[in-house]
Design a protein around this ligand. Structure first.
Ligand SMILES: C[S@@+](CC[C@H](N)C(=O)[O-])C[C@H]1O[C@@H](n2cnc3c(N)ncnc32)[C@H](O)[C@@H]1O
Length: 253
């Protein structure tokens, strides 16, 4: 039977890779490198570096393909996701069919961890449901950007006995702020935190976490919001892309 590894490679630092991931890399014959277009040369580079650094010998193949882009102008967000997932499932099916031989193992190297805001598991599930390809798969966890954020700011994610909420910039934009207590925000292209500067919140912000370009800022939201916005815009302009994550925490009285 064919086998697929979904290997979490950590969110930016090649040292985030686990021993389990290194063992899985060394049991893989073909790696699929999905090229996501303009932003992601550096992300592609990390995947290639990881293969070179951790795989003994060079008895493996890299297959680089263009990942379908999500169309922003489709009528609804859900319809856009559905179309995009189907296109990716067709691509994954073709890759598994053409590039992984019977008894061989292929791998997708997933940024951070496959369980967090990543659709690779859902796509593999979809490929299996389509029924044309039969394979077994294994998930190898990685260090998420959320863990990297907490580690770099040297903070626990939750306060004692309290929950932690993880969400997206899109979701946070629907909030009036009253429900923000202890929330990690990902995938926020619009500095949504700026809407809440009048609230008694602290922000722990990190960009390019784990990489040599890492930027960390923390402080009362009302004090540092503008600074983060400006630094973020400059960094994005200089590099052409940015990945940032932040924790908003309401101050206790
Ligand atoms: C599609 S999600 C993937 C998350 C990933 N699976 C993980 O475990 O972190 C992409 C978002 O993760 C966050 N992110 C990923 N890597 C990051 C990094 N090195 N620094 C800051 N944020 C990062 C950003 O919020 C980015 O918009």
């Amino acid at each position: 039977m064919k086998k697929i590894h979904l290997i979490g490679i950590g969110a930016g630092n090649p040292d985030y890779i686990t021993v389990q991931a290194i063992k899985a890399l060394n049991r893989t014959q073909v790696f699929f490198i999905l090229d996501k277009g303009l932003t992601k040369d550096a992300l592609l580079g990390l995947r290639k570096d990881i293969c070179e650094r951790y795989i003994e010998g060079n008895d493996y193949r890299l297959v680089q393909v263009q990942d379908p882009q999500r169309e922003a102008d489709l009528a609804s967000y859900q319809a856009g996701i559905e179309t995009w997932h189907e296109q990716r499932a067709v691509l994954f099916e073709r890759l598994i069919s053409q590039e992984v031989g019977e008894g061989e193992t292929g791998a997708f190297l997933v940024w951070g961890d496959p369980s967090l805001y990543d659709s690779t598991l859902r796509i593999l599930d979809r490929v299996l449901r389509r029924g044309a390809e039969v394979f077994d798969y294994e998930v190898i966890p990685g260090i998420t950007s959320v863990q990297a954020l907490a580690a770099q700011h040297r903070i626990p994610l939750n306060r004692i006995g309290e929950p932690i909420h993880i969400t997206t910039g899109r979701q946070l934009a629907q909030s009036d702020g009253a429900d923000i207590d202890n929330v990690v925000v990902m995938l926020d292209a619009h500095c949504t935190f700026e809407r809440f500067v009048d609230q008694d919140l602290h922000i722990y912000w990190g960009a390019y976490l784990g990489t040599s370009d890492e930027i960390l800022i923390n402080g009362p939201l009302s004090d540092v919001s503008e600074q983060i916005g400006a630094i973020r815009a400059d960094a994005r302009a200089a590099k052409g892309w940015i990945m940032d994550t932040y924790l908003l925490r309401r101050n206790l009285d």
